[in-house]
Design a protein around this ligand. Structure first.
Ligand SMILES: [Zn+2]
Length: 245
């Protein structure tokens, strides 16, 4: 019998799981009524493999039905918060530098990130080959199975939002050091998630109001400028080099 990667039980069968939430994959907002926009994956490794179009939303049979339901619950929650809720601008004079989304259960958001990272780590696809959670894999599994954030340890991070209609790209996740703390950086459509996978290290004090875990019921989005972003240059170079989509 196959084994579910999340609960590690022998199960009669494994169901299809989307590694990137399906709701975020066929993101309709960018394309009006013309139907979902397909994500175009971009490799962030300039010397790496050529990016290829991911067929019909990358999914794999890695979870049992029950575990798929657990991950779907947090996917739906995150989709609702990130794509449906009102973003209130935080302005510097007249120019927004960030946004606040009120009434958010940030613990559910952290569980969503745990579930996203776990699926990437379980995946056999080269697109997620950079994600290896090590000792955090078991902790995140337990958090999801028990619905208990205590096992997440020091998981935290920053959410950035690009509001200038970034094209439908998904950049494969990569490890990054932010304030010398280990993070995974994940870009999906207009969002970049920098998720801290580390227990003991804390962010500098002055930033402690921006991180996901800083407030219990408000989420801060940092507005980022696509054109001054390193990723933008990488994407441009990739496309110039002949991206195969
Ligand atoms: Zn399971």
């Amino acid at each position: 019998m196959p084994v579910c990667k999340l609960c590690r039980q022998d199960v009669p069968k494994l169901v299809k799981s989307h590694i990137i939430p399906k709701s975020m994959y066929g993101f309709r907002h960018l394309n009006g009524d013309k139907g979902p926009t397909k994500l175009v994956p971009i490799s962030n490794d300039l010397r790496g493999m050529r990016p290829k179009r991911i067929p019909s939303g990358l999914y794999e049979r890695i979870l049992c039905h029950k575990c798929e339901e657990i991950t779907s619950k947090f996917d739906s929650y995150a989709y609702d918060v990130l794509y449906r809720r009102t973003k209130i601008p935080i302005k510097n004079k007249i120019y927004p530098v960030g946004y606040i989304i009120r009434g958010v259960n940030v613990y559910n958001m952290l569980l969503f990130f745990a579930s996203l990272l776990l699926r990437m780590s379980f995946s056999h696809s080269a697109a997620f080959g950079n994600v290896n959670l090590g000792i955090y894999e078991d902790r995140y599994r337990r958090s999801l199975l028990d619905g208990n954030i205590d096992y997440l340890g020091g998981m935290d991070g920053f959410i950035s939002f690009y509001d200038n209609n970034l094209s439908a790209t998904f950049m494969n996740p990569y490890k990054s050091r932010i304030f010398n703390i280990m993070h995974y950086s994940i870009s999906i459509f207009n969002y970049a998630f920098d998720i801290k996978v580390s227990d003991n290290q804390e962010y500098p004090k002055y930033l402690k109001v921006l991180n996901i875990g800083s407030m219990e019921d408000n989420l801060i989005l940092i507005k980022r400028d696509l054109y001054n972003n390193k990723n933008f240059q990488i994407i441009a170079q990739k496309i110039k080099g002949g991206i195969s989509v």
